[in-house]
Write a protein that binds this ligand. Sequence first.
Ligand code: ATP
Ligand code: MG
Length: 659
Amino acid sequence: YFRALEQKGIRLNEPQIEAVRYGEGPLLTLAGAGCGKTTVLAARTGYLISLRRVHPSSILLITFTNKAAAEMKERISKLPGITASQARSVQARTFHSFSLALLRHYGVKDDVFGEQRAQHTVLNILQRQMGMREPFAPETLLSALTSWKISGRQLEDMPASTADEINFKSVLMKYEAWKANNHKMDFDDILLRARQLLNDPEVLVPLQNKFQYVMVDEFQDTNEVQYEIIRLITEKHGNLMVVGDDDQTIYSFNGARHESILNFDKVYPDAAVITLGINYRSDSRILGLGSEIVCHNVERREKRLLSAGDQGSAPQFGRPADAEEEAEWVVSHLTEQVQQGKLTYRDIAILHRTASSSRAVFEQLIMQGIPCIQYGASPVFYDHSLVRPIIDHLRLSIDPRNFGALQSALGPLYVSKEAGMAYILAEEKKQAKKYPLIHLTGWPQLRSFQQDQVKERIKLIKKLKTMKPVYAVQEVRRAFYDKYIEAENQGVPTQYKEGVLETLDELETAARRFDTVQQFVEFADELSTRHKQMESLQKLEQANAVHLMTIHRAKGLEFPCVYLIGASEGILPHSSALAEEAQEDRKASKPSAKDGELLQAALEEERRLAYVAVTRAKSSLFITSPAYHHGKNAAVSRFLLEAFGVKNAPKEAVAASKR
Ligand code: ATP
Ligand code: MG
């Protein structure tokens, strides 16, 4: 088998072969990035099928994304002695798709309610029906709900004592009830309900008999519910193989528990542990930087990674003034590489820490007509659910009769946009107005405080037109968002509040470049048109396009050339891991142990993100650290300074850190 593999160009090393041939019982394969863990999973599947005569459909292979599942099947189909139909029969799935298939098999017909926009709409409507004057941001509500439920807790048990907390909880209760009444389930519900089903031996036992071998990729990012699902299914035979890297746990906010992988051999005392130590992916200097970054974490298993070669170049570092300069540099640099024939677009990935931090690079790529695929919910920043209504208010200030903008601008009023718009249009027919929004004051569905809001809104729109765009943005933002963000209580996890604030700060940054509202709005429109022209690319799997994605999405992937942007304090590490630190400093009294622990954990997760980002690169890596971010000076990321050691740090980095 292994000779046949070699003929296909896959020459596994000793410990990899040991893992592939491993017989019955639990097995943990622990290894750093790029050491061939995913490769081993595919090879072991092929080995089980062709040598051990295991039926392909008795193998359950859990991957982290649907894309990874498809790639896994593709890889398996190319292994020696495997037919296409055998490869197809392997159950390569994500936890979600596995759970959903299970629910469907047992007759659960509820719709999957996964679309963010739809979830937001429902939450907004519910809050309106409850007559909430200062509704909570849907993002905040949903994130709090996930972190509560996924750890196996009942919503009823969520503590609530202040008025805000009580409101917060009752919105969530209403939302849960709404889903139940409308036969909808979100992603968390799917997992939890599948887990629930397994309590029934009539469900569990057939599954235990069916899946003789269970293997899990990226095990370091499984949460408690997911872990329980596979624990139960493999309870009888114990044929559970997990592969992962404790240094790559980056989904704690989804309930991933870093300890699962560190404790695997305690939960399964008879587990074999095989470590892989040779990285085949990255140039030794790139790998070296990754190792130097992550070794500063305390909560980890020590590993030594050897590199298979020097096929590329040493990582390079740059210190642009801000995100605009950074974007210009990255785009012109990558264009040059492509023009010189060194790379094609698809070899390149641009990685960023948060969704909004790719805004400037994305604009540069689109405006220069460079094919790119932005992975994420709303690729165009100005279409983001928080940003769109603000831009639409600016559009209305230029043209109050822009009915498209008018409808979406109704959003923050928390009235039904469709019904409100229908009313406005009907009234327009009777009597056209310069500001059609005014009709809404006569709408019987509005409460009196909402009528006042409409009048204020018109005043606001009139005012915006002549303002500097950045002030206009601030004005709208103050009117709609800041109030409810501030109104939220301490019980809400700050990181989600941060996400909202960060998006709005990014919008201010974007607006600052323009002199008039008109210019800004025209730019946003132009961007959106050009993006639409490029959108068909998104659908092509093998499109020759630059990949633009968050570090979270890049996990498990590899690219010949990686640009890691935003390697500055406040971006990576993200401010949510530092805000608490600042708070503690301010208090100056001794921080409670728990605060310190939480902060430490958040910072270590940020460091793992930096490690994941760096280790995606095969041959070349460019890291940029903007000196200015959201109105503040930003130092070079501590992760880089730690890794380089102050002596060897790039000159720009040292100079910047002293500033
Ligand atoms: P990550 O932690 O990022 O998920 P991984 O441990 O899953 O990484 P793989 O993606 O399996 O690593 O492998 C990384 C690269 O090394 C791939 O390009 C793979 O083809 C190659 N590779 C794996 N094993 C070998 C080997 N024995 N010889 C040569 N190349 C290998
Ligand atoms: Mg992998």
